[in-house]
Write a protein that binds this ligand. Sequence first.
Ligand SMILES: O=C(O)CCC(=O)C(=O)O
Length: 262
Amino acid sequence: MENNFKKELEELDILGYTIIEDVLSPDELALVRKKIFEVYEIQKKETEPFFDLDSTEESNIARAPFVYDKFFYTLFNNDKIIPIIRAILGNYFILQAQNGVIVYPNLVHSMSNWHRDLSHMNFVCDPMIAINAFYCITDFNSSTGATQLVPHSHKIGYQPSAEFIEKHSISVEAKAGSLFLFNTMMFHQTGRNVSDGPRIGLSHMYTKYFVKQQMDIPALLNFEEPEDPFLHMLLGFGCNVPTNVLNYRKHRYEVTKNRKKK
Ligand SMILES: O=C(O)CCC(=O)C(=O)O
């Protein structure tokens, strides 16, 4: 097949988003849902000695769940996602972040304000340097609070006016199990949930290797390097800033050795 993702890539390029349906099965969805809540509960306990997580802007976000439960590796390193990420970002890209987003009915989520995910970066990226892959773990619709976005806003280096957003923003509806991909530079926000249950998403940002990770993933993993070279790259082990001259030279040595092999 010459190009597997022609439609998706065109939509991403022009509209700034696309949806791939039926990526996760009902069984997988049930498991992800349960595990996002479990991780969030652990994180609430972690912060308890300092503050009540639920009373902060970090409320109802399960950050870096893969660090707490290896199951989440299967979501970011997934055969159904990686080929399209590669088609967008090329061969050298990293996981910048993985976050579970829980949106309770009638509660304003901290992500309910217009933003780009490379926060405060008002510039245009062409080619794309970052892409969001957001699994819909529950249905995203007008009642549960689908993600709202401003199509084409990844193409402008400033925030559109409130009037423009009011007129042109849309809600992206998708069934549970879908993967919603969008250009990280597009303005978006969490919609308002007026249903009777939580709306849940699992977001990933993949970036070219030079973008800083949301958290230092190799450090989160105690610098335990995976043997699998792809996972090694994806988790950002190959692109952290060398801490001294010797480490820099070891890195250069590896790069030039590998280049000579080719
Ligand atoms: O919850 C949503 O619909 C959007 C989440 C979001 O804004 C983000 O992950 O940056």
